[in-house]
Design a binder for this molecule. Structure first.
Ligand code: SAH
Length: 269
């Protein structure tokens, strides 16, 4: 497609912004979703009755169970566990899949894409936070999808720039995230292969889609001391999580466990 990548979209007017506000704009500044971070108590309020069918009103208890499981599976970072306990995953999946929202499973989100398993989201964010005390700085997420991981990231980082190449999902994420009023999440419609130079340098870059190689643009846009986490095809031909640390001397690369992510594609659609 010939659309220009990288133009940001307005997110701030809660309720008021229809599709028109998502039109491309020449202005470069990404726009915030809204004010105050969401509180666990407000999260107990269902968006619609159907959105919590099968979960009862207290989805917090189901989430707490998911978080206990994550801890049993080896996730240790309390920042990550806290964030996962706060974000209502069931608000990001189709109503027919709400009952599975807190299972450790990936789920379809439309247009052939999937929301990653909670365990994989937690693992990747834990890797991103590794050796960083306190809050992470600016983060770039490639592949917004339904917006779930961006919401989790918003609790561990000062700013989250999240880019999606499929307009339909970019719009869906905008709708999903609006009620959370996460002022530090910036959604961008564009080709994430190009990164997002306006927010660079990033303290961390996290890709939710797997490519054959890590694009140089991502390495360029990473701050010294920053970490990049991306599923990447190994020379052996399978996909594995790759962690790259940028140092003053160069890049330190680690190949970790095998994973299965949707493909990283170029261009927008
Ligand atoms: N983090 C997402 C996971 C979405 S799946 C969530 O929580 O739902 C990965 C996403 O990456 C898909 O939506 C896919 O369209 C997107 N993607 C693939 N290649 C991309 C690219 N070059 N730029 C931006 N997004 C891309």
């Amino acid at each position: 497609m010939s659309q220009r990548p990288g133009f940001p979209v307005k997110l701030s007017q809660t309720g008021a912004s229809g599709p028109a506000s998502a039109k491309s704009s020449a202005s470069a500044a990404p726009v915030r979703i809204a004010s105050t971070a969401s509180k666990p108590t407000s999260m107990l309020l269902p968006k619609t009755a159907s959105a919590v069918s099968g979960l009862g009103l207290d989805s917090g208890a189901v989430r707490a169970r998911m978080v206990r499981k994550l801890a049993e599976q080896g996730v240790k970072d309390t920042r990550v566990l806290d964030a996962m306990s706060q974000v209502e995953r069931h608000r990001f999946v189709e109503s027919g899949l709400v009952n599975q929202a807190y299972e450790d499973t990936s789920l379809p989100i439309g247009l052939g894409q999937t929301i990653s398993k909670p365990n994989v989201v937690a693992r990747m964010i834990e890797l991103l936070c590794q050796d960083v005390p306190g809050k992470l700085g600016r983060i770039l997420e490639i592949g917004t999808g339904c917006g779930y991981q961006a919401a989790v990231l918003s609790h561990v980082a000062t700013e989250v720039y999240s880019i999606e190449r499929l307009r339909g999902l970019h719009e869906k994420a905008r709708t999903n995230l609006r009620p959370f009023r996460l002022h530090n999440v910036h959604l961008i419609f564009g080709d994430g292969m190009l990164g997002y130079p306006k927010g660079a340098p990033y303290a961390g870059i996290i890709s939710a889609a797997g490519g054959d190689a890590v694009p140089d643009t991502w390495l360029d846009q990473l701050a010294v001391g920053g970490r990049l986490i991306a599923p990447t095809t190994t020379p052996a031909g399978h996909q594995a999580l790759v962690v790259i640390l940028k140092t003053a001397q160069g890049f330190e690369r680690q190949v970790l466990e095998a994973v299965h992510f949707v493909p990283l594609k170029s261009g927008v659609a």
